[in-house]
Design a protein around this ligand. Structure first.
Ligand code: PBG
Length: 325
């Protein structure tokens, strides 16, 4: 006698009955890039199907998101001006602040999350305040808190700091609580690695550092236990959701954090992961739909409760098709 494990793979019905991981539109958050100007919907070269939108055309993508069944968007802003201290990031009339209000007009039920960082807004492209050539942790904290607060004041449902400064969750939590936003959750980019997979995003967001790299604040890809320290610190400081970023090369980190912590775990399926698939599909080397759904399923199977992905809208369309095939 031996185990006939193939018995439960005999046809589609039984395969579906024993399936452990099922993707659903609610799993996804869709990133959206907003820019200053009028009447622009401009495709991001390395991220086909993703665009920069000016506010007057934002309704086009918001309608698509609502129709897809996805419940949340993650907003990134491209400001008109940059300076040393990222002033446009905490300007009450900044691009993200106005985009939040606009989305709440177009689709009040959509859950609006904002990326809280400085790199798109600083002239030097780093995620904090410089002291000499170094990003100074403690000088940066009040700015990060101020950016998060300005997003909440504009109507954001949740803030997501991606700067990787130590102590930022406390700083943000305090600023939110003191100003009447104790109910606004924080999704922390807790376990954010210094990754080459962010390449296309930095092109898209015009946020590449003008000198040096982000290795003094983002994590070394070689480290797993240090990610658990980051996660623990963020929970202690009041983070509501923890994020692992990128996703595909870090499925072990997703699983470890899921096993250790009881807060929801989000995974960011980043730009480079998206672009690789697009490029290979364009060459005819892989089946985009099957690869994307397999990859998203793997991220969920590894333990992600939430997946931030540029494939969200396509995935929802494909999932619907699969259900009708
Ligand atoms: C900002 C930020 C980055 C990403 C999200 N927020 C870039 C970076 O840290 O360089 C990357 C997203 C992606 O690659 O899809 N700090």
């Amino acid at each position: 006698m031996f185990a006939r494990i193939r018995r439960l793979r005999g046809n589609r019905a039984i395969r579906e009955m024993v399936r452990e991981t099922i993707l659903h539109p609610w799993d996804f958050i869709f990133p959206v890039f907003v820019m200053e100007g009028t009447n622009i919907k401009e495709e991001i070269e390395a991220m086909p199907g993703n665009y920069h939108y000016t506010l007057d055309r934002l309704h086009e993508v918001m309608e698509e998101v609502v129709n897809s069944g996805v419940k949340g968007v993650l907003l990134f802003g491209l400001p008109g001006q940059k300076d040393e201290i990222a002033s446009s990031a905490f300007d009450g009339n900044g691009i993200v602040q106005r985009a939040i209000k606009k989305i709440k007009e177009i689709a009040p039920e959509l859950y609006v999350i904002t990326d809280v960082c400085m790199c798109q807004y600083t002239s030097h492209g780093h995620c904090g305040i410089l002291k000499g050539d170094e990003v100074d942790n403690d000088l940066t904290l009040p700015y990060i808190a101020r950016i998060a607060l300005s997003h909440a004041q504009a109507g954001a449902d949740m803030v997501a700091p991606s700067d990787m400064m130590d102590g930022r969750i406390s700083a943000i939590r305090e600023a939110l609580d003191e100003n009447g936003f104790s109910n606004i959750p924080i999704m922390s980019y807790s376990m954010k690695y210094s990754s080459a997979f962010y390449g296309p995003f930095r092109e898209a967001a015009h946020s590449a550092p003008s000198f040096g790299d982000r290795k003094t604040y983002q994590m070394d890809p070689a480290n797993a236990r240090q990610a658990m320290m980051e996660a623990e610190a963020d929970i202690d400081e009041g983070a509501d959701i923890l994020m692992v970023k990128p996703a595909l090369s870090y499925l072990d980190i997703i699983r470890m954090s899921k096993d250790r912590f009881d807060v929801p775990i989000a995974a960011y399926n980043v730009s480079g992961e998206f672009s690789m698939i697009k490029a290979a599909a364009k060459m005819g080397w892989i089946n985009e739909r099957e690869v994307v759904l397999e990859m998203l399923t793997s991220i969920k199977r590894a333990g992600a409760d939430i997946i931030i992905t540029y494939s969200a809208l396509d995935a929802c369309k494909w999932l619907k098709e699969e259900n009708h095939e």
